[in-house]
Ligand binder design. Structure first.
Ligand SMILES: O=C(O)CCC(=O)C(=O)O
Ligand SMILES: [Fe+2]
Length: 332
């Protein structure tokens, strides 16, 4: 987005024209314009950095739907940095949510990952999946509510946080963002000719986020995520630059990643497992000989929760279309 299109930039430009007419010296005008331009850039970056939390709720205001997060589960999450819970959605809810996602896909609502704009290393993380963020649709909102209910029961539990973090001591609150990200990863080798159409479409959102669009011709031969941490890459000021750093504020606030899967009839050989590395050693992450790891199948109704800043994870290549819904709980 050019700074001139921003409201502050436009206002500055108007001031510039006015003051020029009244004979104000050019160097003062130049300094004024530069300052207005910088302000516009920073204001815009702050807005983008805060965007995913706009409309967020403190997790304690959620509805736990009678669910409890047991002390054993708390200890497990604290100790391992992740936990796997099944049965979050009924068969019908999974079916409805999948149908809603397919409909959005048929309507070309999905697009390339928004990751690729400002975390520096991101384009090497996600490959050829497509995402949609915050589409208000009843069946998907229900998925989001189930994650919210988990967030509420976590806050009500005696979860102590992870070693060395500030969860209990800090005055920060765990927030349930208004946004949920839904992703579809295509099966290996699939060709989606519809992506060509997506490629030719431009939406304001796309331009604003600087998203990559798919070329629509290549086969999806890489449909995995390289190893990464969910809030890493957002704290390297040197690499991001000041504007990128401000824009990525919401990434630094990520505390817990909650992923709910919608893959009905998943079987061994379908791939697409979430591979977690509890020790942090993830060399050759996607290979058979990868260091200590746990592969978690993306089963329908299964929710995985893990520490966003510390747990290294990857997604193995999938042989079937793979659906995942992600909410990042923020400590704000
Ligand atoms: O889809 C998944 O299982 C994980 C996605 C992921 O790691 C991410 O979006 O950062
Ligand atoms: Fe991730």
């Amino acid at each position: 987005m050019s700074w001139m299109s921003h409201k502050y930039g436009a206002a500055a430009a108007r001031r510039f024209i006015t003051s020029f007419n009244h004979g104000v010296s050019l160097d003062k005008v130049g300094v004024g314009m530069t300052m207005a331009g910088c302000l516009a850039l920073i204001t815009d970056a702050v807005r983008q950095g805060q965007a995913p939390l706009n409309g967020s709720l403190p997790a304690r205001d959620g509805n736990a739907n009678g669910r409890v997060f047991t002390p054993e589960q708390c200890r497990q999450l604290e100790k391992d940095g992740y936990i796997v819970m099944d049965g979050f959605l009924s068969t019908q809810q999974v079916k409805d949510a999948r149908q809603a996602i397919r409909k959005l896909d048929d309507d070309y609502q999905f697009r390339g990952s928004p990751y690729e704009t400002f975390d520096g290393t991101s384009s090497t993380i996600r490959t050829r999946d497509r995402v949609i963020i915050n589409k208000i649709e009843n069946h998907l909102d229900l998925v989001r509510q189930h994650i919210a209910s988990f967030a509420k029961c976590l806050v009500d539990s005696d979860f102590q946080g992870f070693p060395g973090d500030a969860y209990l001591e800090s005055t920060s609150t765990l927030h349930m963002p208004a946004q949920m990200q839904v992703s579809i990863c295509d099966a290996v080798g699939g060709i989606d000719t519809r992506l060509q159409t997506v490629n030719n479409m431009k939406s304001d959102n796309e331009i604003e986020n600087g998203n990559h669009r798919y070329d629509g011709i290549q086969k999806s031969t890489h449909n995995f995520y390289h190893e990464h941490k969910d809030s890493a890459g957002a704290d390297n000021l040197g690499e991001l630059g000041i504007i990128g750093w401000i824009k990525s504020q919401h990434l630094r606030q990520r505390y817990l990643t909650c992923i709910l899967y919608l893959n009905t009839d998943w079987k061994e050989g379908d791939g697409g497992c979430l591979r977690v590395f509890p020790t942090g050693n993830s060399s050759d992450a996607l290979k058979d000989g990868a260091p200590e790891h746990v592969d978690i199948a993306p089963l329908a109704g299964r929710m995985i929760v893990f520490s966003s800043p510390t747990l290294v994870h990857a997604v193995m290549a999938t042989n079937v279309e793979r659906y995942a819904c992600v909410v990042w709980l923020a400590l704000v």
